[in-house]
Design a protein around this ligand. Structure first.
Ligand code: AMP
Length: 364
């Protein structure tokens, strides 16, 4: 579909109803857009802040078509919507990011092949579809190695490290994953994890936030600190160049995040781990920490509006802390902390591992 002129008052459709959709919706409303959220779960955090909602499954073609026909432009807040869903949407409304970008990045195998095809390093990898493939892939890649599902993994779900040659029976390890298509990756001996959060507009203009440093606990992002420490200016520039070449090659419109490992052995270098074709948890600090938030930037890009400045407010360093599970119970104390910016996602039950909110602190 060609891009109609999107102006304040137009309707932005968001597929997916989690906290990312909620924060995109809040940014869109701030610029006078009406937001229509499509999600399968009646409890979706984004429903609370949307002008219109559709509660239906991601494979309900009639509901998807009706939703897309009722909006002026569609985006999505997570990458696990089926390609067929994206194609139904794109028949009725402009879809950003495009369905090919979604399909390339939602399977770790096609994603890594695409990244290597641009001359950008990733961990070595091999597809694993049978227990014999696993034995062959372990021979080719060596140990330690990380076995992951190719699709639908997040927060460390759907992966395990294999450290020792005698570790477990190949059939049993393969069976743990229930027959899903897998990928074996070489373990990257990283010093720190960093990410680039950046926006690309339809005219090819590009704006990256400063390099983020990410600390995970139990495979879940716990802290993002900006700017990343211990990274040379040349490497930080290289990270942004990598993100731009990925966005250009995908003909990407919107915000994306590229997660990378910083490796010190053999000289400081970057290895790409994965691409998130959406706004990203490591970009939440931008709401208060940058002149334009990642959510506003995404709205600007998908609406065909000029991108904003990604510079840090006052050039200040910034820290974002996720509130996971019962950490959210500290909300009252955080409200009492001068300068702490609290965001709660309106989720009911604080289950272990569930992202309930976050807090951003500018380090003035
Ligand atoms: P992912 O689901 O690919 O983002 O992986 C979750 C986390 O597991 C990463 O943030 C890393 O801490 C770790 N990890 C994943 N893949 C590798 C790898 N190939 N080498 C070392 N650590 C990894």
């Amino acid at each position: 579909m060609t891009h109609p002129r999107i102006a304040p008052g137009s309707v932005l459709g968001i597929v997916g109803g989690g906290q990312l959709g909620r924060m995109i919706a809040l940014a869109a409303a701030n610029h006078g857009l009406k937001v229509h959220v499509y999600a399968p779960d009646a409890d979706s955090p984004a429903f609370d802040v949307a002008a219109r909602t559709t509660c239906a499954a991601y494979d309900d073609e009639a509901a998807l078509a009706a939703f897309a026909a009722a909006v002026d432009v569609v985006t999505y807040e997570f990458e696990n919507i089926p390609r067929a869903t994206a194609e139904v949407l794109a028949r009725h409304a402009p879809l950003h990011p495009n369905a090919d970008a979604l399909a390339t990045t939602q399977d770790r195998l096609s994603e890594k092949a695409f990244i290597n095809g641009l001359g950008i390093p990733t961990a070595p990898f091999q597809p694993v579809d049978t227990p014999d493939d696993l034995a062959r892939a372990l021979d080719a890649i060596g140990l330690p190695a990380v076995l992951k599902t190719r699709r639908f993994g997040y927060d460390g779900k759907g992966q395990r490290i294999i450290r020792e040659p005698g570790e477990g029976d190949r059939n049993a390890i393969f069976a743990e994953f229930g027959g899903a298509p897998l990928i074996l990756e070489g373990f990257v001996p990283f010093e720190r994890e960093v990410s680039v959060v950046a926006a690309r507009a339809a005219d090819g203009s590009f704006a990256a936030f400063d390099l983020c440093e990410n600390e995970h606990r139990n495979h879940i992002l716990a802290f993002t600190r900006v700017p990343a420490q211990g990274v040379s200016p040349e490497t930080a520039q290289e990270a942004i160049r990598i993100a731009r070449s990925i966005a250009d090659a995908l003909d990407y419109v919107g915000v994306l995040a590229v997660e990378m490992f910083l490796v010190r052995e053999g000289g400081e270098r970057l290895v790409v781990n994965e691409i998130a074709p959406r706004v990203h948890n490591s970009g939440h600090w931008t709401i208060e920490g940058a002149l334009t938030s990642q959510f506003e930037q995404h709205v600007r890009a998908v609406c065909g509006w000029p991108l904003g400045s990604p510079a840090r407010v006052g050039g200040l360093p910034c820290e974002m802390e996720n509130l996971i599970g019962d950490q959210v119970e500290a909300w009252r104390a955080i409200l009492g902390e001068p300068g702490a910016h609290l965001h709660l996602y309106g989720k009911g039950e604080a289950r272990p591992g569930r992202k309930m909110g976050h807090v951003t602190r500018l380090k003035g």
